[in-house]
Design a protein around this ligand. Structure first.
Ligand SMILES: NC(=O)C1=CN([C@@H]2O[C@H](COP(=O)(O)OP(=O)(O)OC[C@H]3O[C@@H](n4cnc5c(N)ncnc54)[C@H](OP(=O)(O)O)[C@@H]3O)[C@@H](O)[C@H]2O)C=CC1
Ligand SMILES: O=C(O)CCC(=O)C(=O)O
Ligand SMILES: [Mn+2]
Length: 401
């Protein structure tokens, strides 16, 4: 069987813990035996990021911009406990924050719906796409541990003068946080959501709290409305709607709705809602994630779940690996699929789709990791991660022969 040739390389970013173990298995057993692809590899494991003082993340971001298509395994973002545990000189920033700031754009997160897997929320019959603005906010905020009495201010030094506003006069210690966004990125976010909604034939809702954050969230609402003007005729023709909605209303709606809409979320809201929805659809292992620049030329696929540390600790204690590798498989297949779209190579796209189908067919036949087994109608004894991946490899080899 001749390997499928991929003309241009993929930028691969390795990560940490259980996610990295699954990542390498998927690459080595499901991709490289079938595909001849150049991989420009960066080791974003916490140890390597620490040794390079995070230079490697910046290098990976430049390579991702240069080559267009990249894929990223989940990585540890150390909090202070982890920093101590790992003996790090400093609490390194989130590599996702760094990469997303460099690529800008929108993360589209969509659950894989398997016929054989019942949803935890049973009436979620159609997928919901969480379109998460990937630019800044909590992921590039300025935080301040206020040591004692004093005043925290927001200061703007403009070309035509300055403005300073008191945030809070502290009587004692506390904390403060400053977030920002820029119009150009918000407009790009809005356009990307409207394009995606039209493409997928989905209504678009943008969730906000402009009743409280009148300037900040209000700006998003206004810019979405302005950008929508150009899309309104196409939406009307397709029988689709766009509406801004308060985030609490949207959260309640998401539970009672059957799905089939695009939910545009600010960065942090999208982080939380995507995991909430992933679990409601069955498992964090079912959530796919693709970051796309507004013009569609830069794509980064990733696993939306974390490094699955609880499973990693059990594995290191001698238990089998039991995590669900579907999101990892999709990170690889979708990266190849977008490479094919940008390179105009349908055989590569065909391979990516065949890989996804091989995995989905096995799930439908009841070959399931333990997270999905209790939700399935047709099921056998749950399998471990390596057995699932090997079964996909065998199915793939049979189909491609
Ligand atoms: N994209 C990224 O790079 C991300 C990185 N992180 C990092 O990951 C680390 C661990 O974070 P944590 O909060 O534990 O989040 P995780 O998503 O890694 O895991 C939380 C829980 O979700 C379930 N889960 C997640 N993925 C899978 C899977 N593939 N198969 C089966 N179950 C799954 C498990 O639940 P159960 O135990 O109930 O079975 C697991 O214990 C942190 O260091 C954090 O910084 C976190 C999020 C995203
Ligand atoms: O960057 C991080 O630390 C977390 C990322 C995350 O939770 C996500 O991408 O959903
Ligand atoms: Mn998250």
């Amino acid at each position: 069987m001749a390997k499928v040739r991929v003309e241009r390389p993929l930028v691969e970013m390795e990560g940490d813990e259980m996610a990295q173990v699954m990542w390498a298995w998927v690459r080595d057993r499901l991709v490289l035996p079938f595909v001849d692809v150049g991989l420009v590899r960066f080791d974003l494991s916490i140890g390597h990021r620490a040794r390079t003082d995070d230079r490697v993340t910046l290098d990976a971001a430049s390579a991702a911009r240069r080559h267009g298509v990249s894929l990223k395994c989940s990585t540890i973002t150390p909090d202070r406990t982890r920093q101590r545990e790992l003996g790090l000189a400093r609490a390194l920033p989130s590599p996702n924050g760094t990469l997303r700031a460099a690529l800008d754009g929108v993360i589209f997160r969509e659950p894989i719906i398997c016929r054989n897997v019942a949803r935890l929320v049973p009436h979620w019959a159609q997928p919901v796409v969480i379109a998460r603005h990937a630019f800044r906010e909590q992921y590039r905020a300025q935080e301040l541990a206020v040591p004692g009495p004093g005043t925290v201010r927001l200061v703007f030094d403009g070309a035509d003068g300055s403005e300073s506003r008191e945030l809070y006069r502290f009587d004692g210690p506390g904390v403060a946080l400053a977030l920002f966004n820029i119009d150009a990125s918000i407009r790009g976010f809005a356009r990307a959501c409207f394009h995606y909604g039209l493409q997928r034939r989905m209504p678009v809702y943008f969730s906000h709290k402009a009743t409280v954050l009148k300037q900040y969230d209000g700006r998003f609402v206004d810019l979405f409305a302005e950008e929508f003007e150009a899309f309104a005729p196409a939406f009307a023709e397709a029988g689709l709607v766009y509406a801004p909605r308060l985030i609490d209303d949207m959260a309640a709606f998401s539970v009672k709705s059957t799905g089939g809409y695009l939910w545009a979320c600010k960065n942090y809201d999208g982080d939380v809602q995507a995991d909430y929805m992933a679990q409601g659809y069955g498992s964090p292992g079912l959530m796919t994630s693709v970051l796309m620049s507004p013009d569609g030329r830069l794509v980064q696929t990733e696993t939306a779940h974390g490094t699955v540390r609880r499973y990693y600790d059990r594995w290191r204690a001698g238990a089998p690996v039991l995590a669900n590798p579907l999101a990892t498989i999709h990170a690889w297949s979708r990266a190849l699929w977008h490479r094919a779209r940008l390179d105009g190579t349908p055989d590569v796209a065909h391979f990516a789709e065949t890989l996804e189908r091989a995995a989905a067919d096995l799930v439908d036949e009841g070959v399931l990791t333990p997270d999905l087994a209790p939700l399935a109608a047709a099921r056998r004894a749950p399998v471990d991660t390596a057995s699932f991946i090997d079964a996909v490899a065998a199915r793939l080899a049979g189909t491609l022969r």
